[in-house]
Design a protein around this ligand. Sequence first.
Ligand SMILES: Cc1cc2nc3c(=O)[nH]c(=O)nc-3n(C[C@H](O)[C@H](O)[C@H](O)COP(=O)(O)OP(=O)(O)OC[C@H]3O[C@@H](n4cnc5c(N)ncnc54)[C@H](O)[C@@H]3O)c2cc1C
Length: 548
Amino acid sequence: MATKWWGWGEEQRTFPLPHAEQFWAQVSSWLGELGVGQRIESLAEVALPPSRLESKALDALRAASGADSLTTDSVDRAVHSLGQSYCDLVRIRRGEIPHATDAVIYPETEEQVAALLNAAAERGVAVIPFGGGTSVLGGVEPLGAKPTVTLDLQRMNRMLRLDPLAATATLEAGVLGPSLEQQLNAKGFTLGHFPQSFEYSSLGGWIATRSAGQNSTLYGKIEHRVESLRMAFPGGTIATPAVPAAAAGPDLNQIIAGSEGVLGVITQATVRLALLPRRCDYRGYVFPAFQAGVEASRELMQSGLRPSVLRLSDEAETEVTLAMRAPPRALMAAAEGLYLALRRIRLEDAALMIVGFDGDEDQIRSDWRRAHRILRRHQGSSLGRSPGRAWERSRFELPYLRDLLLDHAIMVDTLETAVTWDRYLALYRSVRDAIAKAMDGRGLVMAHLSHAYSDGASLYYTFLARQAEGREMEQWQHVKAAATDAIIAAGGALSHHHGIGSDHRPWMSRYLGEAGVRTLAALKQTFDPQNLMNPGKLMATSEDSSDV
Ligand SMILES: Cc1cc2nc3c(=O)[nH]c(=O)nc-3n(C[C@H](O)[C@H](O)[C@H](O)COP(=O)(O)OP(=O)(O)OC[C@H]3O[C@@H](n4cnc5c(N)ncnc54)[C@H](O)[C@@H]3O)c2cc1C
């Protein structure tokens, strides 16, 4: 199936809007009159600068990985030179590829990756590992001054081993979500890792960015599921021991997880599996306000219960979610209205929660008994299973809506953090207000909680405004900087699961402190003293510095 170069996913697929006209009228009531987003017809219109790799370097790279593994085709180079962020999509739709990679290589084995890295190191060529290319922080854009090759790992997609006794599987890093789950499900297991980008992102990319799936409250973030891994770097390969736990100094898995391609190429990983659950039972609850839902979430997490899904939308996001759904039939609407009136809930001001458990019948029943008591105590009212089913059906669809919003010249982006419960609501408000102010009060900001822990939870913001024509990048930069400053000031994580890339990099020294940044630089020096691996991402090096 062909995928879009100008947006998300399959070329023919779009976001289903049951009442499109009504929806767009609602959007323009929030944002003002909508425009028409710019989009060139075809990537063939884009004139990239010629590849900077000389023929000797190309020959050496081909020798390392096989003749049909390397291409300098301009469309291939273009789609590998940007990821999937708002700015990436605005630029590629206009045909602007400011930093083009010089070649794309598709290795098939770890030996080829190692040989490629050595060939690149001999010639001073920079290397960018590329999984699914769904980075939203500039993670795959070539940024250094050196000629650059992009290593697309899509051909390294095999399951190498499944150990049913340990419940672990070893897979090559380029495997994408659906193929990984199919192979595991066939043996009765799951990894339980379902980021919204699941269909197009890779195991290696997840580990390299410390990704979180929508069921992470039960299954953990990806780094919690890595038992061991292998990483090739210029001049060597490191393999971490496959043991359930160890006390042998700092955990190397955790040093490599989140390394975003700046240390080397993760070639394979052994991951911890879970038994495929017999049932998943997700339900909707409404709370009279976001704050009540946050308190319920905290108590739920501290009670020892482990919901598989726990998502709580603030009032603004709840309103938008309701605007997108098909209006219920008259009878249903009346029943819904009566139910909410009895509970004194105005849906327009409410906060919607999707919450539920995975497991077997008895365990789910007993989990629900306890969970329901906690949610009720915080004024949560059950809406039954249909909101849970609706969420499950559409869980990978929202990125398609972004394409439609871009077609209407709307700036739309998301950003995320995590924070402890004591600071949760203060951070929620200050970041929301900073984003709204940076959009001059003319946009829409909404947020949700979607990954919860006993000590705190994530916050995920979506913001929309009409694009400032001709100043789209500056407009976005202004909002992003205001939000990131507010996150750091309020004691939040610089990122909970998207990573650092180039977009968050300027805040790293404020976030980690000088000793923290020095520690990362020392790791870089150990694995990649020539600064060839994904330059310009995650950390400043001696060649560049742009701290804020
Ligand atoms: C619509 C949309 C929804 C998203 N939803 C989520 C979500 O729910 N949860 C979430 O966590 N993220 C989400 N993301 C962000 C993104 O999907 C994740 O960061 C994902 O982990 C990236 O995987 P990838 O295979 O696409 O990596 P890429 O985009 O190819 O690469 C990301 C970074 O990792 C490096 N890298 C990739 N593979 C390797 C490797 N094998 N070895 C070393 N370095 C490597 C790259 O160099 C780059 O720095 C979303 C993105 C989009 C566009």
